[in-house]
Design a binder for this molecule. Structure first.
Ligand code: BGC
Length: 732
């Protein structure tokens, strides 16, 4: 349909019909078994259901075809219904959770992964996904850190942009692609105390320089949608925040697509103390520029009345509706309301998608310790012990359209690779402590103590038989994701007991940690010979982990988030602002900015990760010591594989603006490149530094660079390397 035809359609619609294009209702209204949390079916009036422009949380070629047929028949203008779904890290084939994808430091692989997800979801009738989540996360207590690609704005920007490209492809009419939605705008990751849905207080410069960056970069790739966040920012809920939605999102970022609220967030402005009642909430959401009200019911109940009374101008309504119609049009729904589901075939997990998932999961595994070269595993007796040793629950709480039964567990992959002779497995303990709480409530196991004693005895005897124990520990997959904030970052006590009992057998211990968030790993580090973070690795998790621990490939993942010594350090991130009393390297420490009982920095810092081979960095240099715009400088380093195995290495570029009108972080990631090197091979890696990369939100509240001294590190992690120096001359 061309623009004119869309406008004609709009002018022919009644106010009620228009309003309903802005109403999204839960998929459970159409089908009893739609995967929607916390909502009973039948809460939405039939009149709303008949006209509501979109729904979410429902998929499947056959059933969506049926729903679409019925809906279009009844709709006065036969406008198709739009189906949205949280395809976060996989639809049928599940990739590692986003944090695990972040650890790959490989945006191209992430783009390909998103394209694969889009293809599978589209074949199940899905038109749009609520991804990528571009929220910057510096607080491991916040369970949704699992859904992000980490604590760094540049890494997040590249990953979020790659996901938008992957989901949407070149042309949205191509039914192998779906619309992307950049969320949660804005600064949801900064929730105070790491408690989900909590308020955020952020200065404008921290907001702009750190928190807004990844959304902005992702929006440059033209995502069809953006979603508001649940939190308030500096006293104003994001969903009613005109500064954010009108000034930043529409004016500055030039976003032209559809702005959707988060689930119920329009109505939640009442709880925030920002809207008096549901009518006021609808008014405030609409005036702030929220196009689609996801499931709060405020628009469906009050928007028509608000438009009729003139409180909401018809022009505003028309603009919002036109954006929604335009989205349907871009998706090609007017030509083919059954796009992707013309046949009932539905998606299949192909060999290609499995390979992609295996590669993605393997690329994100981060080796933190490898004492005495405990890894790769030797061809000897290996015991896979722990609650993650033989489970198919390797996907996160946000992969609900993927079935566990398609997942390859570690144990299955180990049997496949080594055969049963030299292997044993034992659960060792329950996944959770007694009465542990997950997002969906209390987990209670009958006879918990007896059960754990029995499991432990079994595990100790398997360990005594083995030469090496591969101890598979972690957080339950329902302990990260939405509404899973935690005040402790320790592994469950029952798992730590297992570790210390296994240690007593004197066997070599390779600990694999499955998690959606950084954890406190001091004790685990001490008791283990090798330690590797496996995140929530998805459908091919078992194969991917075995590929790496068996030595078929070398680990190459890097931490996309800092792992703390203790939870008391949170929020923790490497790109902190300096203080007037920095802690000196070698003391005296009195009256400096430090903890009495803990290091300032991370136990394992951002960008850190080991390999089976070794790499040497040398000859770091800058092409010039001075630069003025529009010139650029090249920073380069020679990296050599000095070990005896092929491996990937992620070379990182960090910059510090030493003195500016506003203090600048002690280091900021300014570039990264992942390369593969054969043993003995060397490659020069270079990065271009230009004036644009040095801009920040100055004391004059402008994006500008300032002349002066800059430090540059080309190195292996956020705490490695020696800096080089250059000066930026003149003012841009
Ligand atoms: C989450 C969003 C999600 C939406 C729809 C909300 O609770 O915050 O991230 O996209 O639900 O499922």
């Amino acid at each position: 349909m061309d623009k004119k035809a869309l406008e004609t359609l709009l002018s022919d619609m009644s106010t009620e019909e228009k309003v309903m294009q802005l109403v999204q209702i839960p998929g459970s209204e159409y089908e009893a078994d739609a995967e929607i949390t916390g909502v009973e079916r039948g809460q939405v009036k039939e009149s709303v259901k008949r006209l509501a422009g979109s729904t979410l949380g429902i998929w499947g070629s056959k059933r969506l075809k049926k729903i679409q047929e019925q809906y279009m028949k009844e709709h006065p203008h036969h406008i198709p219904l739009m189906f949205m779904l949280d395809v976060i890290h996989g639809h049928k084939t599940v990739l590692p959770c986003p944090l695990g994808q972040g650890a790959s430091f490989d945006p191209e692989a992430v783009r390909k992964g998103a394209a694969m997800q889009a293809k599978e979801a589209a074949a199940d009738g899905v038109h749009a996904t609520f991804s990528p989540m571009a929220d910057l996360c510096r607080d491991a207590r916040w369970g949704r850190i699992m859904e992000s690609t980490g604590e760094d704005k540049l890494l997040n920007s590249r990953m979020a942009a790659a996901m938008v490209e992957g989901y949407q492809g070149e042309d949205l009419k191509d039914s192998a692609h779906i619309a992307a939605c950049v969320k949660h705008f804005a600064a949801y990751g900064a929730a105070e105390g790491g408690r989900d849905y909590n308020n955020t207080e952020l200065s404008e410069h921290t907001l702009r320089e750190h928190y807004l960056r990844a959304y902005g970069e992702a929006i440059k790739k033209d995502p069809v949608m953006v979603m508001t966040s649940f939190n308030s920012i500096n006293g104003i809920p994001a969903t009613g925040n005109t500064f954010l939605m009108k000034k930043v999102l529409r004016e500055e970022f030039g976003f032209k697509g559809v702005l959707i609220s988060d689930w119920g967030a329009v109505g939640e402005m009442i709880n925030h103390g920002y809207a008096e009642d549901r009518k006021d909430a609808a008014l405030k959401g609409m005036m702030a520029g929220v196009d689609i009200d996801m499931c709060s019911g405020c628009y469906s109940a009050h928007l028509e009345e608000l438009v009729n009374s003139g409180a909401v101008p018809m022009k505003l309504l028309d603009e919002a509706v036109l954006r929604v119609l335009n989205m349907k049009n871009e998706l090609g729904l007017f030509e083919d309301p059954f796009r992707g589901i013309d046949t009932d075939a539905g998606p299949v997990i192909s060999e290609e998608s499995r390979n992609l998932a295996r590669e993605a999961a393997a690329a994100g595994l981060v080796l933190l310790e490898n004492k005495g070269k405990a890894l790769p595993l030797r061809k000897e007796k290996n015991a896979f012990i722990g609650p993650y040793a033989d489970t198919k629950r390797l996907q996160s709480s946000w992969a609900f359209s993927g079935d566990d039964e398609n997942t390859v567990s570690l144990w299955e992959a180990a049997l496949e690779l080594y055969g049963p002779e030299a292997l044993k497995t034992a659960a060792g303990c329950t996944m959770l402590d007694q009465d542990a709480v997950t997002a969906r409530g209390q987990r209670h196991v009958d006879h918990w103590q007896e059960e754990n004693d029995r499991l432990l005895t079994e595990a100790v005897s398997a360990a005594e038989w083995a030469d090496t124990v591969i101890l598979c520990l972690g957080e339950d997959s329902a302990q990260s994701g939405e509404a899973t904030s935690k005040a402790s970052l320790k592994l469950p006590a029952v798992q730590l007991r297992l570790l210390s009992e296994i240690k007593k057998t004197g066997k070599r211990i390779v600990t694999l940690v499955f998690t959606g968030r950084p954890l406190e790993l001091m004790e685990v580090r001490e008791l283990s010979d090798a330690l590797m973070i496996c995140w929530l690795p998805g459908t091919e998790g078992g194969h991917a982990v075995l590929d790496v621990i068996s030595g078929k490939r070398s680990p190459s993942g890097r931490l996309p988030v800092s792992f703390p010594y203790t939870v008391g350090q949170e929020p923790l991130h490497y790109d902190i602002y300096p203080t007037g009393r920095p802690k000196p390297e070698n003391g005296p420490f009195e009256y400096t900015s430090r903890y009495l009982d803990c290091e300032n920095g991370a136990l394992y810092p951002f960008g850190y990760g080991l390999s089976y081979t070794s790499f040497e960095y040398g000859g770091e240099k800058l092409s010039a010591q001075k630069m003025s715009a529009p010139e650029s400088i090249t920073a380069s380093v020679k990296v050599r594989n000095t070990g005896d195995m092929r491996g990937d290495v992620t070379v990182q570029l960090y910059i510090r603006d030493v003195c500016a009108s506003r203090v600048r972080p002690v280091r900021e990631l300014a570039g990264f490149r992942k390369i593969s090197l054969d043993p003995g091979a060397e490659e020069e890696v270079s990065f271009v530094i230009n004036e644009e990369m040095l801009r920040f939100w100055t004391a004059e509240e402008k994006w500008e660079s300032e002349a002066g001294k800059f430090l540059v590190w080309i190195c292996d992690s956020s705490s490695a390397g020696k800096p080089l120096e250059f000066r930026l001359e003149g003012r841009a």
